[in-house]
Design a protein around this ligand. Structure first.
Ligand code: URP
Ligand code: ZN
Ligand code: ZN
Ligand code: ZN
Length: 513
């Protein structure tokens, strides 16, 4: 036994670690419908040493190859979750609260694998503003990874050294995206002047600027208003930061990104207000990416009014889960391309941690689960409902994320030469979510009791079968860090537009003094 056998993953000691038959470096997936974002076809997929080496009908192989029958099932790229917070010690409201998210890089990833996600991009939180120190810390946290992962970097303050360290992150550490906080006043929030500096810096480095878009000054006022009104429970969280404040900050960030002429990625789009700003910008040709998260797509705010504090508090996240109606509108936006990919913002705090805010919603640690549930819930909500095709499902759960973060087609595709991160999905089976059977360390689940059609029956990560017959076979340390190069496709044409702008400026007017 080793320490990881006790991590609540749900395998017995005899199967903990490597099982010889499943660790074969050669795999043949037979007879499934192979789905990529651009097309689908019935084909076999042959894998050697973690890489896809053939995709075609009727592949013949010799001995020593593990066979997986996928007849009648979909063979798809493993999910990529662009937004997670594993083992995060910062909680979003108070840097010194000392709360740490309960899912770490081993068991959070194991949960992901059980749900068909094979890669996630987590947010490195700087330490006292130092990006290098933050990166080193996350590098250590991620040593026990059982699946591949990448990093975004949060920017929590701004000065010359932060600006310098951004270059180190991009040129030496494999980070190509930075998240700026327009909320969390007094802790993480940066003002417009600093956001502009950050956008300019991102542009020069070819890194993608991401924003948490809420008006932090107004949220602060809203919180005071609720406390003065005596509304101290979880519903006060939603009431204090309404959708219009998300819409305002989204619009502002979009306009500043346009002024700088650099691409923008809006994380956790939770409202119609924010979504419509993104739609308008995209319609005008601006490069803006919108990331809804599973909670915003499938839940509504009703849970926040539950009379039981713990039940209500588990739904607290920022921006808040909105009134019913926003969820359906976000689904439509995802179906028609206004929004491009789905994350989770998996940020797991248990009941004890949530209870920290029992007398004051401002102290409830912000975050909900989803890393294990995303693939099933998005299938059920988007594909089973008839809103999107299976190829579009692959695009929004995997391919588009790989393209945006510049790791396509190594990730996000079932193509010769791609990493063997693959799921076998049975559309005729079904899933059921419960806090007692999930693989997260959480004692709650915001999707508890939900069921639907479709099931991830097999997950293959790095060429290994890690999930099959409802059993996980994961190895700490097996996951690799995926470096993300700068200047993704979103930067194509930025220089041309800049040149056009400059040449459009008339020469300075000569005036007589
Ligand atoms: O409530 C949330 N979203 N917690 C995670 C931190 C963040 O803002 O993404
Ligand atoms: Zn955020
Ligand atoms: Zn987040
Ligand atoms: Zn968030």
């Amino acid at each position: 036994s080793n320490q990881f056998c006790d991590a609540g993953i749900g395998y017995s000691e005899s199967t903990c670690g490597i099982s010889s038959s499943l660790s074969s470096s050669k795999l043949l997936i037979k007879g499934g419908t192979v789905v990529n974002a651009h097309q689908q076809q019935i084909a076999d997929v042959y894998v050697e040493d973690g890489v896809i080496v053939a995709v075609q009908p009727n592949i013949k192989v010799g001995d020593g190859v593990t066979l997986l029958d996928a007849t009648g099932k979909y063979v798809m790229p493993g999910g990529i979750d662009p937004h997670t917070h594993l083992a995060m010690e910062y909680n979003g409201t108070d840097e010194f609260m000392g709360l740490k998210t309960v899912d770490d890089f081993f068991n959070g990833q194991a949960a992901a694998l059980a749900g068909g996600t094979t890669l996630h991009i987590d947010f490195v939180i700087p330490i006292n503003g130092s990006l290098v120190a933050g990166f080193d810390t996350y590098e250590k946290k991620a040593k026990k990874s059982c699946m591949d992962y990448g990093f975004h970097m949060a920017i929590t303050k701004w000065d010359e050294s932060v600006s310098k360290e951004m270059e180190i992150m991009v040129k030496e550490k494999g980070i190509n995206s930075f998240k700026f906080f327009m909320a969390y006043k007094g802790i993480l929030m940066i003002d417009d002047e600093l956001l502009l500096q950050g956008l300019k810096r991102c542009k020069s480095l070819g890194a993608l600027a991401m924003v948490h878009a809420e008006n932090g000054d107004a949220v602060f006022e809203g919180q005071k208003r609720m406390i003065e009104l005596g509304i101290t429970g979880p519903e006060g969280h939603a009431l204090s930061r309404p959708a219009l404040l998300e819409g305002e900050a989204t619009a502002r960030a979009i306009r500043l990104a346009k002024f700088v002429n650099t691409p923008l990625y809006v994380v956790h789009v939770m409202s119609i207000d924010a979504m419509e700003e993104i739609a308008k910008a995209r319609k005008s040709g601006q490069k803006v990416i919108g990331e809804p998260v599973v909670s915003g797509l499938v839940l509504d705010d009703s849970g926040l009014w539950d009379p039981d504090f713990i039940t209500a508090a588990k739904y607290v996240m920022s921006p808040p889960i909105r009134e019913s109606g926003h969820n359906k509108a976000l689904q439509t936006a995802l179906a028609n391309g206004v929004l491009q990919l789905v994350g989770t913002d998996h940020c797991a705090y248990n009941s004890t941690q949530k209870a920290f805010g029992i007398d004051d919603f401002r102290k409830i640690p912000n975050g909900v689960n989803g890393i294990e549930e995303r693939m099933h819930l998005i299938w059920d909500t988007m594909v089973e409902s008839g809103q999107i095709s299976v190829t579009d499902y692959v695009r929004i759960t995997s391919t588009e994320c790989a393209r945006i973060f510049n790791i396509y087609p190594r990730k996000g595709a079932i193509l010769v030469g791609s990493d063997a991160d693959i799921i076998i999905f049975n559309p005729n089976s079904s899933f059921k979510i419960s806090a007692s059977s999930h693989h997260s360390k959480l004692d709650t689940n915001v999707y508890d009791g939900r069921k639907g059609k479709g099931k991830v029956e097999v997950t293959i990560a790095g060429g290994r079968v890690v999930w099959k017959d409802d059993e996980l076979k994961v190895i700490p340390g097996f996951g690799k860090y995926i470096e993300m190069p700068p200047f993704s496709y979103l930067f194509n044409g930025i220089d041309k537009a800049d040149a056009r702008y400059l040449s459009s400026l008339k020469a300075p007017v000569k005036r007589f003094k």
